[in-house]
Every structure is written in structure tokens, then in C-alpha cells.
Design a protein around this ligand. Structure first.
Ligand code: FCB
Length: 450
């Protein structure tokens, strides 16, 4: 397997999932602090109050990242840690933490890739309507400006939002994630549109305020189909399935990226969403369509598609017993070939995989080590597909494994361990899993070890 010389080998995590210190040093509440208090909302009543205690142990965590040889680390900033009420008063102690973290990363020669919003939305703004409020995009831009002014002398790489498909879909439509709303489609799509405006205004704020040349994108997710065979008709069906809004759902990449790159919603969306289609005011698409520098996405599982009798895409069901991760997500590495290929063909920008990984039942064995062969095999398969895409001309430049360490997996609490580093949540002791050593060798050999 070969990868471009300066391929970016990374790993990722997110503020609420690892930081803890939920009520320290002036941090405001987030909607996840709120949801964690709702009985039955989170598996076993877990919370992110302490999580990996990364807020206090970041120096040790950066040392471990260096031991693995990470070239880049994708972190997120907690908005209410920086601006406790979401707008207005800035919390210097919160900014100081990110200062220290960025400095530690740079000292370890690890490039920080910063996500500005990975779901810990300020509670006070939620009480003012959250993403439904017409000012929500301005609130976000105000916060982004504060962060960028403070960190952009050292940070060049930014992602505005993590997975709007999930924080809107699960957070505002099915109610499984914070803030736990079950809105009707007109409100869901109003929130969606505000989120796109927030992305656009954030890009503007980064460009205006950055002290260095910025590299900007986002980290969405969505449906990726791979063709059941390499027959041209199946490939076409998979492409069509990937880029068609077929039902009322936000689980699509192009519902996010078409407005950004093409300044329009996918043409088929209006018929599907009907009266729920967001109102696009004049000037909105110019804001949303600010030029960005890369197309990134998070990928875990996809679906095989073939051309049906009429050429129309048809789902090929997974075979009984097909490989599953602990989350019961299907092991479908093909998506790391076809996903990058389809998105690169459609938008023509460099590709980054901002998340990919699997949860397993890991524990410290009697020999004191954490053996996680399934994670190694999973990642190997996915990375080999990515390498194949690169060999076929896709300009994919980086890969961030999810996650650097076990952490608070949202509504699933600590049930799922996604980390390369095992965390004992009772003692906060960290142990590098076999996969961490394996990934270290992959990085050191620039993928030849795959
Ligand atoms: C993604 C999230 C990330 C993590 C992984 C498993 O949807 O972005 O925070 O929970 O799933």
C-alpha cells in the first residue's frame, strides 16, 4: 500500500466526550450537560462530567499521541467553555486551556486540526431557541471569531461543524441526542438551514480573523453507497443512491455540500420535503457558499447498491452473519474507496477522512495489555480501500482515526470503546491498545505496513 509522501495520519476526539471538568473554571452548561441529567436518556445514567479527565490530563494524553507518532490530532472546542452563555462574556480560563493544549501539541510536533462545534451547544442559547433562532448563525460566528483570534497564530486547520446530519437528525428530529427534541420537519429543516448559515458565517469569520493562512472545511457524515459489483450500471446506481434525497431525512452528504459548493439545495429535495423545505432568503446561498479548502467526511458504515431492473438503485441486503462492530454497524470498508471517489468527482476538492473506526469489547488482559485484533483488522481493511482510491487518482490527503482514546459515546455512555488508547474510567489509567502500536507502525511506514 502506498500513500502520498506527506499523507496526514491522525486521530480524533471531541470536547464533551473526553474533557470532563464540566463545571470547572467558569465553563457554562451545554445541552449535553442537560441531557445527561434526563433519566433514561443515557445508557446506565452515565454523564460526561469527568469523562477522560482530559482537561487535567491533556499533557499525558499528548505524550501518548506522540508515542503513537500522530502527525495530526483533531480536537474540538467547547463553545460554553469559551463563552459560558453562548454570546457575550468570554471565559479566559476556558481559552487558556485550549492555549495550553495547542502549545503541547505543537511542542510534540502534532498538527492541531480544530473543530469549532462538536455538539456541546450552549444551554443558554438553547433556551433562546437554539438552532431555530434566526440569530443562531450570528451567535456561532461571534464565538468562532473569539476562538480564531486567540488560536490562529498557531492553528491553521479548521472544521466548522461536526456532523450536522447527526446533531440535527438525532438531536432535533428523533430526540436521541441533545437537545433531545422531536420536531416536525418544517422546524428540522429551518434548523438545518440555520446550521448551513452558521457554517458560512464561520468560514467568513475565520478568513477575516485568522492571523495565518487558514485551511477550512467541515466534518459532515451521511449515506455512502458502494456498488455491489464493478459493473458500470451498479457503479452508476451507487453514485445516484449516494447523491439522492429519497425520503425526509438529513442523512445525506449533498444536502450539506451542494449548498456550500453549488449554492443550491439538491434539486430533488424540494419535492421530498415539500412545505418543510427551508425558506432561502436572498443572499443566504452567498453566505453558505463561501469557498472552502477541502471536502471531509466521517465514515463508519455504508450499504451495497445495485442497479435494479429499471436501472434504479436497489439495496443489496447484508448477508446473514455479515461482520458487525459492537455498535452493530456493518463492516463495509468499500465506502472508503467509493465515498472519497464520489465526493471528489462531485466537488473536486482534496479529501480528508475526519473520522473512522469501530467500537469493541476491549479490556485489560491478564498480561496487562489490551488486545484488539478486530480494530486492527477493521482499520486495515478501510485504509487499504482508501489507498486504492488514492491509487485511482483521488486526492485524499489525510485520515483521522476515531478515536485517540476511549470516551463518552453520547447516548451510549461508556458502553462503546472506540479508542486506540484504553481508558480505565475508575482510575483514569491509560493503556495503549495493540491497535495503537499497530497504528504507530502504519504511520512510521507511511502505510507500507498495511
Ligand atoms: C460520530 C461522532 C463521534 C463519535 C463517533 C463514534 O458520529 O462524530 O463523536 O461518537 O460517531
Amino acid at each position: 500500500m502506498s500513500f502520498p509522501k506527506d499523507f496526514l495520519w491522525g486521530a480524533a476526539a471531541a470536547s464533551y466526550q473526553i474533557e470532563g471538568a464540566a463545571y470547572e473554571d467558569g465553563k457554562g452548561l451545554s445541552v449535553w450537560d442537560m441531557l445527561c441529567r434526563v433519566p433514561g436518556a443515557i445508557w446506565n445514567g452515565h454523564t460526561g462530567d469527568v469523562a477522560d479527565d482530559h482537561y487535567h490530563r491533556y499533557a499525558e494524553d499528548v505524550r501518548l499521541m506522540k508515542e503513537i507518532g500522530l502527525k495530526a490530532y483533531r480536537l474540538s472546542i467547547s463553545w460554553p467553555r469559551v463563552i459560558p452563555a453562548g454570546t457575550g462574556q468570554v471565559n479566559e480560563m476556558g481559552l487558556d486551556f485550549y492555549d495550553r493544549l495547542i502549545d503541547a501539541l505543537l511542542a510534540a510536533e502534532i498538527q492541531p486540526w480544530v473543530t469549532l462545534f462538536h455538539w456541546d451547544y450552549p444551554y443558554d442559547l438553547f433556551c433562546r431557541g437554539g438552532w431555530l433562532n434566526p440569530y443562531s448563525s450570528d451567535w456561532f460566528a461571534e464565538y468562532v471569531e473569539v476562538v480564531v483570534k486567540r488560536l490562529s497564530d498557531r492553528v491553521r486547520h479548521w472544521m466548522t461543524l461536526n456532523e450536522p446530519q447527526v446533531f440535527i437528525g438525532l438531536g432535533h428530529q428523533t430526540g436521541i441526542h441533545a437537545p433531545g427534541l422531536k420536531l416536525d420537519w418544517p422546524e428540522v429543516m429551518k434548523a438545518w438551514h440555520n446550521v448551513l448559515l452558521a457554517h458560512g458565517k464561520a468560514v467568513q469569520a475565520i478568513r477575516v480573523s485568522s492571523k495565518t493562512a487558514s485551511v477550512v472545511g467541515a466534518a459532515p457524515t451521511g449515506f455512502i453507497a458502494h456498488p455491489a459489483t464493478e459493473l458500470a450500471a451498479d457503479i452508476e446506481a451507487a453514485r445516484l443512491a449516494t447523491f439522492t434525497v429519497r425520503e425526509k431525512s438529513v442523512w445525506n452528504h449533498h444536502l450539506f455540500y451542494d449548498p456550500i459548493y453549488r449554492r443550491e439545495y439538491p434539486p430533488e429535495a424540494a419535492a421530498v420535503f415539500g412545505r418543510a423545505m427551508p425558506q432561502v432568503k436572498s443572499g443566504d446561498m452567498e453566505i453558505i457558499g463561501q469557498p472552502i479548502d477541502f471536502t471531509a467526511f466521517n465514515y463508519y458504515q455504508g450499504m451495497a447498491i445495485r442497479a435494479g431492473a429499471d436501472g434504479y438503485p436497489e439495496v443489496v441486503p447484508h448477508a446473514p452473519g455479515a461482520a458487525l462492530t459492537l455498535f452493530h454497524w456493518h463492516v463495509t470498508p468499500q465506502g472508503l474507496y467509493w465515498g472519497p471517489k464520489f465526493l471528489y468527482e462531485r466537488y473536486g476538492k482534496p479529501i480528508y477522512i475526519t473520522e473512522n473506526g469501530c467500537s469493541g469489547m476491549d479490556w485489560v488482559a491478564l498480561d496487562g495489555k489490551v488486545h484488539d485484533p478486530a480494530r486492527i483488522d477493521f482499520t486495515r481493511r478501510y485504509l487499504r480501500e482508501l489507498s486504492r482510491a488514492i491509487a485511482d487518482g483521488v486526492d485524499a490527503r489525510g485520515y483521522f482515526h476515531w478515536s485517540i482514546m476511549d470516551n463518552f459515546e453520547w447516548a451510549e455512555g461508556y458502553k462503546h470503546r472506540f479508542g486506540l488508547i484504553y481508558v480505565d474510567f475508575a482510575t483514569q489509567q491509560r493503556t495503549l491498545k495493540d491497535s495503537a502500536y499497530w497504528y504507530r507502525d502504519v504511520i512510521a511506514s507511511n502505510g507500507a505496513h498495511l
